[in-house]
Design a protein around this ligand. Structure first.
Ligand code: GCU
Length: 330
């Protein structure tokens, strides 16, 4: 009963937010303001990248095109933000490529375990033809990609059980992102995948709804999950990037000059965001050691071989296979 009430309340709030935004997103005076929602806390290096984009856009356009940022899931989960973009209630968002794969299936390839060899291989692809294809491909689903941000590598972390090999994941309830690929990845590695929104995870860990999760270091820290999880296991199973998206409903309303400002501001922020990322990881690692979190560096070979079927399954898709082949041959 209470659950139903909250659901009603959140749907109502969601609709009210949509109405409010719909009426306030357009041109104010002689400048345009693009509403930008995302789910990460303000201490996160990805939020800092978005702030850099905001500042650069302001100076390039002389204040004629501005971003108004709603961080921390204020306007809902990543899925909800993408829906708000599709209906044209807000202009922009930043989500994980995993969340996007529910809308634009090509993004599924970014969730294949051990597809990218390292950060250089990842960005050579994302900033080359493959990335361009993914960003532009979203247009078909009303979600145009603007740029990719560094989201490092995702690894498992657990409350009580040290994990040294995939067999240690057996029976472990692990929170994953809300998409089929993430569920498949964790289940194939032997865990029991439990999809849920990022914002619900702290409480779920605290209340033993799940035994662990998987994410990069800055998200593990800025969400305070390290307070409840004793082990961080550097198996680095995926390198799922973050993606900045603009809804085509807003993109199509921008002049060529405005599009140019936005793209240039995004490119500048990409360079800065990578620096913020590296600095934050270094600081966070130091802090985690002091906080007593145990780092485990397992042999990755058994994780690589156990997760192979995930890629094999995706290779059966005739649209995805050429993209995967291209990445593997780069
Ligand atoms: C990363 C990513 C977020 C995502 C989160 C998650 O932190 O940057 O966009 O929401 O993972 O696991 O849900």
């Amino acid at each position: 009963m209470l659950k139903g009430y909250f659901k009603f309340l959140s749907v109502t709030v969601f609709s009210l937010v949509s109405l409010f935004l719909l009426s306030s997103c357009a041109t104010t005076g002689n400048h345009k303001v693009l509403y930008f929602a995302h789910s990460l806390p303000t201490s996160h290096p990805v939020h800092k990248g978005i702030l850099a984009m905001q500042e650069s856009l302001h100076s390039k356009s002389d204040g004629n095109l501005q971003l108004k940022i709603f961080p921390d899931g204020q306007l809902g989960s990543e899925r909800e933000a993408l829906e708000l973009l599709q209906i044209g209630s807000i202009a922009m968002t930043k989500v994980s490529a995993s969340a996007l794969s529910n809308f634009a299936p090509e993004y599924q390839i970014t969730v294949i375990p051990y597809l990218f060899r390292d950060s250089e291989h990842l960005f050579n692809n994302l900033e080359g033809e493959v990335g361009q294809q993914l960003l532009e491909g979203g247009t078909e689903y009303l979600l145009r990609g603007i740029c990719f941000y560094d989201a490092g590598a995702r690894s498992f972390y657990t409350k009580d059980r040290p994990v040294h090999s995939p067999s240690d994941l057996d029976g472990l309830k692990v929170r994953v992102q809300n998409d089929q690929m993430s569920v498949d990845m964790a289940n194939t590695l032997g865990a029991s995948a439990t999809p849920m929104a990022f914002g619900e995870l702290y409480t779920a860990l605290q209340q033993n709804v799940v035994d662990g999760a998987e994410n990069n270091i800055p998200s593990f820290v800025s969400s305070n999950h390290f307070e409840v999880c004793k082990y961080y296991i550097f198996d680095e199973h995926t390198m799922v990037p973050d993606v900045v998206i603009i809804g085509t409903k807003f993109w199509d309303l921008l002049s060529d000059q405005e599009k140019g400002w936005l793209e240039a501001a995004a490119q500048e922020s990409v360079v800065k965001q990578k620096q913020y990322w590296a600095e934050t990881v270094a600081e966070n690692m130091k802090m985690l050691k002091e906080a007593g979190v145990e780092f485990i560096y397992p042999d990755k070979a058994p994780f690589v071989s156990k997760s192979k079927p995930v890629m094999e399954r995706l290779m059966k898709d005739s649209k995805l296979r050429p993209i995967i082949d291209k990445i593997n041959s780069n």
